[in-house]
Ligand binder design. Structure first.
Ligand code: NAD
Ligand code: UGA
Length: 467
């Protein structure tokens, strides 16, 4: 009892996040870091994940994360698997569980699988003994808050649950900076007195470090939809430039020069115009497919197919990459050793969800190539992703050893490491003619060509040593 009283005196607010993944963990760590006056708990059903958060080996790699977890863990940041008591002890509950694409039943392959959040909502209802603010932090389909309200309301007279939408816009690899200096924080609420009150509580939390003008408040449906639309727009830019990269390859234009020229128009802007083997990551594809599913649900077929084409273009880009390798390497990859530089879906993360490298590796194995994968952070996940894959598959952390004896290098991830390798040394150890297929346009093309490589980039004229 004494402990309980001290606990309440010490902290102004008690905040819980259900779901300690890529979003829940860093987001709660940032709140705890910026707001020592709050007690923050991150809970998860996965005991290994929680044990990792409590250990020196965090469950995810994110630059700067170790420092802020190190500064807050045990001070005002706690991890737990005891979800019932966490629900009882906290008044403000973020829900940051996974919302993958449904892989069964109606909406299979498009709709969001909402079983995890519904279980969470029902647990909140079951264990809460006082009123709570429930915050959707996961990316949900529009109108999820309505479903959540329906589950949570009308069951107990004295307890009120107010649902807010507060989607997360962080990017992996830059999550800590994104959380510390967000472009905006979006908070959607019901336009009722209780809704505005709850919204203001959340505004006050962020206002501890985010300038007020960057905290955007909207109605709850606009907030839910804006998250899907943000990801759709970002992915659309990538597919747009990738479409143009195919055109450049037919016409000797250089996609990087085109992107630069186009992006210097302030109305267009220069970011997210890097052509490559396509976007990966856990969210772009799933969120667009979810948008497509919702458009169809509302009878908007033309709108659905417009957005669907963004995903189709992404698939086309990977297919094109493999075809190009096959055609270039004399129409057979069978028995040839191909070294993949990078496996993570982007640099500075070990995350491999929806990584284009996985598709490329599978396609290469289907061509009976020997595949060697190297990556500074993603090899453990690569091994899991390709467990049981048939064929000659090897993993090697050292890029020089990985490339030894290869016929070709294919750059999958834009890690800085791969820009600055000693390509002369690599060339000496490779089978000739040696090829580089730069799926991220990061290597020094003229230099590698001069060394002796046949260089193929995305959306640029090839540099070869034959006619
Ligand atoms: P994740 O899979 O890394 O983490 C989700 C966690 O929720 C897992 O650890 C899982 O064990 C836990 N969980 C599932 N059901 C639970 C339950 N009933 N009770 C307690 N814990 C439960 O996923 P993530 O990448 O953190 O994404 C979470 C959400 O945030 C998704 O909706 C995603 O679309 C969105 N989002 C992700 C990113 C990103 O960069 N990864 C960025 C913005 C938004
Ligand atoms: C993306 C969004 O950028 C975040 O705002 C959003 O919160 C998040 O999705 C989410 O909802 O999960 P993330 O997937 O972590 O973040 O990484 P991005 O930097 O967006 O990169 C996604 C993919 O696009 C990577 O495979 C990257 O290599 C690729 N990309 C990115 C390109 O091919 N070209 C570019 O110009 C930019």
């Amino acid at each position: 009892m004494k402990g309980k009283i001290e606990f309440q005196i010490m902290f102004e607010k008690r905040i819980l996040c259900i779901g300690a993944g890529y979003v829940g963990g860093p987001t709660m760590a940032m709140i705890a870091y910026k707001c020592p006056q709050y007690r923050v708990t991150c809970a998860d059903i996965n005991p290994e994940r929680i044990a990792a958060w409590e250990s020196g080996e965090l469950p995810i790699y994110e630059p700067g994360l170790e420092e802020i977890v190190g500064a807050t863990r045990g001070r005002n940041l706690f991890f737990s698997t005891d979800i019932p008591s966490c629900i009882r002890d906290n008044d403000i509950i973020f829900v940051s569980v996974n919302t993958p694409t449904k892989n069964f039943g109606i909406g299979r392959g498009e709709a969001a699988d909402l079983q995890y959040w519904e279980k969470t909502a029902r647990q909140i209802l079951q264990y809460a003994v006082s009123s709570k603010i429930i915050i959707e932090k996961s990316t949900f389909p529009i109108k999820t808050a309505l479903a959540m309200e329906r589950i949570l309301t009308g069951q107990t007279e004295d307890i009120h649950f107010e649902v807010l939408s507060n989607p997360e816009f962080l990017s992996e690899g830059t999550a800590i900076n994104d959380l510390a200096n967000p472009d905006r924080v979006l908070i959607g609420s019901r336009e009722t007195e209780a809704g505005f009150r709850a919204r203001d509580v959340l505004v006050d939390i962020y206002a501890n470090w985010v300038p007020k003008e960057k905290i955007l408040t909207t109605n709850i449906w606009s907030s839910e939809l804006s998250k899907l639309v943000s990801n759709a727009f970002l992915a659309q830019r990538i597919s747009s430039i990738n479409a143009i990269s195919a055109f450049c390859e037919k016409t000797d234009a250089d996609v990087a020069e085109v992107a630069r020229a186009v992006g210097m128009d302030n109305r267009i802007g220069s970011r997210f115009l890097n052509a490559g083997i396509g976007f990966g990551g856990s969210c772009f594809k799933k969120d667009i497919l979810n948008l497509v599913y919702l458009c169809r649900h509302y009878g908007l077929e033309e709108v659905a197919s417009y957005w669907e084409s963004v995903v189709k273009m992404n698939e086309y880009q990977k297919e094109r990459f493999i075809r190009n390798m096959l055609n270039t390497m004399f129409n057979t990859l069978s028995g040839k050793r191909i070294c993949l530089f990078g496996f993570a879906f982007k640099p500075n993360t070990g995350d491999t969800r929806e990584t284009p490298a996985l598709d490329i590796a599978r396609k290469l194995l289907a061509e009976r190539a020997e595949v060697v994968i190297t990556d500074p952070k993603a090899l453990p996940n690569a091994r899991l992703d390709l467990a049981g894959a048939e064929g000659n598959l090897f993993y090697e952390e050292n890029p020089y050893k990985a490339a030894e004896g290869s016929h070709a290098i294919a750059v999958m991830t834009e890690w800085d490491l791969y820009r600055n390798l000693d390509y002369e040394k690599i060339f000496r150890g490779m089978v000739k003619p040696a090829f580089i297929f730069d799926g991220r346009n990061i290597i020094d093309r003229p230099k590698c060509h001069e060394i002796g490589f046949n260089v193929f980039s995305i959306g640029k004229p090839p540099l070869t040593h034959y006619e």
